[in-house]
Design a protein around this ligand. Structure first.
Ligand SMILES: Cc1cc2nc3c(=O)[nH]c(=O)nc-3n(C[C@H](O)[C@H](O)[C@H](O)COP(=O)(O)OP(=O)(O)OC[C@H]3O[C@@H](n4cnc5c(N)ncnc54)[C@H](O)[C@@H]3O)c2cc1C
Length: 284
């Protein structure tokens, strides 16, 4: 089933996983998926390592989730280090597992491929969306990434939305946002989308914080910010206390988004189930 058909009918809840590198981490992910399936997600997505580094594992995990739990899946697909042959090979694998959804991304430039002076076949995600639509028509539902606080490479917030519109005009069906912790960023982003005539469903990326130091470090790389009052509240607290504060914060954030008519909540699970479960237990 196509995710856009679900989004057109209801507010979705979805989970994101990444393919682990180590065997112990794989065991954790199997357990996490088993636990979270009980929360009846509308779809589940699996990330695709920068430069295609996790291609086989991404396919494997997507297949496992689809086959074992009969869930609607969406593989992420990054194009910055790929040619048409790689994209064609991946879409053949998506077809073989009977999946219909793709999150089309440019991805970050791998360290050995500088963003300057390197001419990828698909320089922007919009090039990938264009290619997928030209080659496959309406076969896939295509999601694209959006950035409430702007993508780190963008000149301005408006410029970023103008570029996001190119992905929608090329055939993107819906948007999943980068994580954000202050709903003001999301609400302003929604205003900019309206101003620029983007009217597809927007799924909000949610990450319940369970380790503030880790999240602050991580967000520095993706251009999202953690409110200072939240950092101050969590800093130096025990693991258990941080978990409680992080869950409480995410519950409030999700409730406010729901009140504002959000189209879907996409949980960046980091392959753990506890915090996502705790939030969903409170908001459902
Ligand atoms: C929901 C979500 C899931 C993600 N999943 C993954 C994943 O699985 N694997 C992974 O490696 N990364 C993932 N990322 C990170 C993402 O790959 C990076 O943020 C990457 O730097 C940009 O990818 P994009 O698809 O948004 O690129 P683009 O949409 O191509 O945008 C990249 C930059 O170029 C600008 N731009 C776009 N089009 C044009 C144009 N025509 N002219 C000039 N400038 C333009 C944009 O404003 C932006 O600054 C994810 C991000 C999100 C939000």
């Amino acid at each position: 089933m196509k995710i856009i058909d679900i989004l057109n009918n209801k507010r979705t809840v979805s989970f994101e996983f990444f393919p682990p590198k180590k065997t112990e981490a794989e065991t954790v992910l199997y357990e996490t998926i088993k636990e979270l399936v009980d929360y009846d997600p509308d779809f589940v997505s699996v990330t695709y390592g920068a430069g295609g580094s996790t291609r086989e594992k991404t396919v494997e995990w997507t297949k496992h989730i689809k086959k074992s739990y009969n869930l609607i899946t969406m593989m992420h697909l990054t194009s910055v280090a790929a040619g048409q042959a790689e994209i064609d090979a991946v879409t053949a694998e998506i077809d073989a597992m009977g999946a219909e959804n793709i999150l089309a991304l440019r991805g970050d430039f791998p360290a050995d491929m500088p963003s300057e002076g390197y001419n990828p076949v698909f320089r922007y995600a919009s090039d990938l969306v264009t290619y997928l639509r030209q080659k496959h028509g309406d076969k896939y539902c295509i999601g694209v990434a959006g950035y409430p606080e702007g993508h780190p490479e963008s000149k301005s917030l408006d410029d970023d939305v103008i570029n996001l519109k190119k992905k929608i005009d090329a055939g993107g069906d819906f948007i999943i946002t980068q994580l954000f912790f202050d709903n003001t960023h999301y609400l302003r982003f929604m205003d900019r989308l309206e101003k620029h005539g983007v009217d597809v469903p927007v799924v909000a990326g949610i990450m319940p914080i369970i380790n503030i130091a880790q999240v602050v470090k991580f967000t520095q790389m993706c251009g999202a910010t953690v409110p200072q009052h939240l950092v101050d509240k969590m800093d130096g607290k025990t693991e258990k206390h941080q978990f409680m504060i992080g869950v409480e914060y995410a519950v409030t954030q999700c409730r406010e988004l729901i009140c504002n008519g959000v189209d879907g909540l996409h949980f960046y699970t980091l392959n753990k189930h506890g915090a996502t479960e705790a939030v969903l237990d409170r908001i459902r």
